[in-house]
Structure formats: structure tokens, C-alpha cells
Design a binder for this molecule. Sequence first.
Ligand code: NI
Length: 138
Amino acid sequence: MSVVRFGVSLEKDLLAALDLYAEENMFPNRSQALRYLISHCLAEKKWRCNNPVAGSVTLMYNHHRRDLVSKLTALQHDYHEEILSSVHFHLDGDQCMEIIAVSGTAARLTELADRLHSVKGLDFVRLTITGTGKNPQA
Ligand code: NI
């Protein structure tokens, strides 16, 4: 694939944040970091469609937090058609890790992840999905 060079104007603070991001994530240069950020962002946009996808949601949380576990359970029941299975690991006396296997439309799974992001008290939420190769649903 041919590479095209183009100029970008950025605020100083934003450029400093980009350089820090590139350094922290061990990108060899700004271009590589920008390339990653742009493609990541565009891929996420693609997720808001009706394509059939499958993947997982990883959660980390302290199970002592008030109401957190019941909120998570209620939310998962709302997506019972998308949730295939989940595994809960008690990492220590407080911390839990949950891995939820999911399958459904990209839009619906992204919505689940967005709703999980809005639950207070979760330390980590990450949705990973990939197309299942089937034709998009009407
Ligand atoms: Ni636990």
C-alpha cells in the first residue's frame, strides 16, 4: 500500500499527548501512533452496524462495591440473547475478573459495552469483537 504524506495542525497540548501516547505504547514514531489511533477509531465506528460478530467482554471489579454485582447481573440479563457464557475468577479477596463470551450484531454488543462503561465502580471494561463472516442481517 502506498503511503501519502499530509500536514496536520494540532494544538501543542494535543501533540504532547500524542507523543506521550506514542512513547508509552512503544510506537517507533508519531506516524505509527496516529495510524493506529485512526484505524482503531474507524474500526469502532464500523462496529455500530448490523454485522454479525462474536467476541468477549472482560471486566475487572471489586465485588465489595455497593450494588455493583447486582447491577452487572441485571445488565447481563438484558442481553441474555447475546451472552453465550461467562467465567468469573476471584483474583484475590476483593478483585474479580469476569470474561463474558458474546455473539450478536455489532451494534447490540457495542451497546452492551457502552452500558457497562457507564456502570460506576468497574475498574476495567474491554469489548473485543470480530466479524463471524456471515452476511449482515437485514
Ligand atoms: Ni469474585
